[in-house]
Design a protein around this ligand. Structure first.
Ligand code: FAD
Length: 341
């Protein structure tokens, strides 16, 4: 926090931008953190694919419940490019990787939990449960599976967009809105999405412009409401974002004009980060999330999902909460099964 006070916001963002190029690199695969693949058992009670906030939280509940757990993680959480994570008690303003590192250290204190850095590439049902194989050619088996694999945001095909993502192109005002309050802000959206975001962001800044990147699809009623709040709607086609190390400076348009601003909100489309749940037969919702019931169970027996991959609210707190619930619900199901044998 003292460091935060000494540096300007711009310097902080710049540092984050430099750090992200390191964070964005995939870790060398595989790394066995506390697992000896020559001597340790390859059969587990539970394999958790995805070892970020949701997966680690599920592992903590299960490890403490004396279940043998393997976490397989490829090291690419969706927030890796954002310099600071907000709105999670005790970790507000912390770097995303620092939160994950602390969590990993806490979870790996339990000898019931093993962790391997690798990419799970295939999964299949077996007589005793499931088998998961990895990019490095390893194969592990377990009675139950949890997918905490998150989502992959699909970057808009616009020069500068992916470089600014999470730094000055933001997905969520609850995560980052306070830090950029009252600044000159753009919204990249059209139709109801643009209306919804304008209504929401209007509370964080009054210096707001909507960029529809083509003909506006807002209804007349929505347009009138937006204009009543002095929010302009720009329909010009965008070609690029001019930026320095992810700090946006201007939007550049097809007609060679430009618009200076400090921050942009955008909710690009996403897809499941990992396709194995679909290969195993897990149904997805209309939004593209893994369908789960109130106990985080997917539509395939013995397969659970948590965090962003299965829940519409994208927040670290929510990933931690649904992950921990999943560990508890799954352990409860295993206890019932074991007791009735
Ligand atoms: C740019 C950005 C900024 C954000 N800022 C904030 C913020 O300030 N505050 C906040 O509360 N929330 C923030 N969020 C939301 C938050 O980051 C997510 O809700 C949270 O990371 C979800 O946790 P998760 O564990 O479900 O998924 P993730 O954190 O995305 O982790 C999924 C993990 O699964 C791994 N994985 C995927 N497929 C495989 C596979 N096949 N094999 C092995 N491993 C695999 C990935 O490598 C990754 O490590 C932000 C999100 C974004 C995109």
């Amino acid at each position: 926090m003292t460091e935060t006070k000494k540096l300007s916001r711009r310097e902080l963002i710049k540092q984050g931008g430099l750090a992200l190029s390191v964070l964005a690199l995939p870790s060398p695969l595989p790394t066995f953190l506390n697992f000896n693949d020559m001597t340790d058992n390859q059969n587990f009670d539970v394999i958790i694919v995805g070892g970020s906030y949701a997966g680690l939280s599920a592992a903590m509940a299960l490890g403490r419940a004396l279940r043998n757990v393997l976490i397989i993680d490829s090291g690419l959480p969706c927030n890796r490019q954002t310099p600071h994570s907000h709105n999670f008690l005790t970790q507000d303003g912390e770097k995303p990787a620092v939160i994950a590192d602390k969590a990993r250290k806490e979870v790996l204190k339990y000898d019931t939990v093993k962790y391997v850095t690798d990419l799970a590439v295939n999964g299949k049902k077996t007589d005793t449960g499931f088998e998961i194989s990895t990019q490095s050619g390893k194969s592990f088996s377990a009675k139950k599976l949890i997918f905490a694999t998150g989502l992959k945001d699909k970057m808009l095909k616009m020069e500068g967009f992916s470089q600014c993502w999470g730094i000055t192109v933001l997905h969520c005002p609850y995560c980052h809105g306070y830090e950029v309050k009252n600044q000159r802000t753009g919204i990249f959206a059209n139709g109801y999405g643009a209306f919804h975001l304008a209504r929401l962001i209007n509370n964080w800044t009054k210096d707001l412009t909507i960029f529809t990147n083509g003909k506006s699809e807002l209804t007349q009623e929505q347009t009138d409401e937006i204009k009543r709040h002095n929010i302009a709607i720009v329909e010009k086609k965008i070609t690029a974002l001019k930026h320095k190390n992810g700090v946006v400076e201007e939007i550049l348009f097809e007609d060679n004009s430009s618009f200076e601003l400090k921050v942009i909100y955008s909710r690009p489309p996403f897809e499941q980060h990992c396709k194995i749940p679909e290969v195993l037969g897990c149904e997805l919702t209309e939004q593209g999330l893994i369908k789960v019931d109130g106990f985080q169970k997917t539509t395939v027996d013995h397969v659970f999902a948590c965090g962003d991959s299965a829940n519409p609210v994208r927040a670290v707190s929510y990933a931690v909460s649904t992950g921990n619930n999943t560990g508890v619900f799954l352990n409860n199901a295993m206890a019932e099964e074991d007791f009735s044998k």
